[in-house]
Design a protein around this ligand. Sequence first.
Ligand SMILES: Nc1ncnc2c1ncn2[C@@H]1O[C@H](COP(=O)(O)OP(=O)(O)OP(=O)(O)O)[C@@H](O)[C@H]1O
Length: 500
Amino acid sequence: MTINSCPYPVFFPKAIPSFHEVLVVLQSFHSPPLAPHSVCLWCLNSTPPASVSVTRFHMRFIYSVFVSFLPQGATIKRNEATGEIFVARVIHGGLADRSGLLHAGDRIIEVNGFPVNGLEPEQVIQVVAKSQGTIMFKVVPITERPVHNQTMLYVRAMADYSPQQDPSIPCADAGMGFKKGDVLEIVDQTDALWWQARKLPSISACAGLIPSTNLLKRKQREFWWSQPYQPHGCIQTRECSGFRRSMRLCRRRSHSISQPSCHSRCATTCHGTLASPYEEVVRYQRLPQDTYRLIALLGPSGVGVNELRRRLIDINPGIFQGPIPYTTRAPKSYEESGREYHFTSREMFDNMVYNNKFLEYGEYKGNMYGTSIETVKEILTRKICVVDIEPNAIQAVRTHELKAYIIYVKPPSMDRLRQTRQDAQITTNYYINRPFKDEDFQDMEDAARKMESHYWHLFDNVIVNDSLQEACLQLLTAVRRAQDEPQWVPASWIRPTNQP
Ligand SMILES: Nc1ncnc2c1ncn2[C@@H]1O[C@H](COP(=O)(O)OP(=O)(O)OP(=O)(O)O)[C@@H](O)[C@H]1O
């Protein structure tokens, strides 16, 4: 069987410094399909089965093998001291990997009888490109192959990465970009600096290069000064929602503090991204006998978080419930402790704050308001607890005990806001309800943009609150999924560690 040469334009990397690796197989486009049983080594569009001859030298023993080639392959690099060409890495799931014949560290002596020693990696690629018919590699295999750790690791990216903008990547063509929140399957961690990973859900069998945890941390430290300024994650935002108006307003008035307090938990809350650019995740499916997962809603002020929460609970109060907040204010004549609020003394409240008993708490008109973790936990043993939270409380609910499923309520476009909120009322900071104005929509959009840029990677689901009815349906579906279907959750929830 033969290998056709590629009659179509081949993409070559432009000026790649010699210390960079070069991807042996390059991407191109095949508009007319390849002939049956042929493969293009350049773009590696193949119609399997196709074959290539690889001759291997090992000690004095020479043998030839035929392997099936599938798209993608390996990178090569040159030893600057000796001029020898080596396979730098084999792309997981690709051509060379599947053949099982090429390994990182193998030395390439010839391509189709042409000695490659002393050539630049790019020149080797040219030799491959000029070859006609069967392509033969002469290879001296590495004597000691690294033992591959086959354990799959799944992580959630807590930062964005683009190989095209990373001058330090050994081979940008072999790199894989990702965005905050993407779930990655790490398939090879042999190299301390460059891992191989696939983005999930993956349609490609081939992996791409990504920086290892340590390398990405280093990059973040080196480049922090070049990042656009982003306000500190712990800065209090004015968003709020909740059933009890004073509780909602107290959170809005910038006095609210997530619990555990900002200062004690900043390492995870605010610098978490810097501390660990990847969060290890596992697939978790709640069992019927397990407590429910907490449903936490958040979104910019006025987007409809509270409306959605209220409607969800109204649909079936036997299944859904919100926690009753604690307050230090005096009960009104018609109020009953445990119904509107848990009324408590200031001393008791301070004690609860001191003992980290609140998910979040704050002050409004001289009175304290807070949502107790115990209340939430107790509800979760019987029903699905639905809370609305501030962004700074995200870390407080992302715990082994609460296993919060975080739903971000996103505003629709300005036009749709104007259309859908014609009869809606915004609750101002001064406790006044009035119709929405364009400035309110603008504020909502600005707040949404900030929230998304800081916390997008921590959202399990996003619901655009355009039509209220549609958003309610989506919320119901999301809640059912959270409770009944497997989801990616932090590995520490399932295998708790001693870390805070
Ligand atoms: N999709 C929608 N279509 C029309 N009106 C909506 C929609 N969603 C919410 N509203 C209305 O918008 C107003 C504000 O909603 P809501 O009180 O739930 O906001 P919120 O996100 O909880 O913000 P805040 O906590 O600041 O009050 C309410 O009058 C609500 O009925």
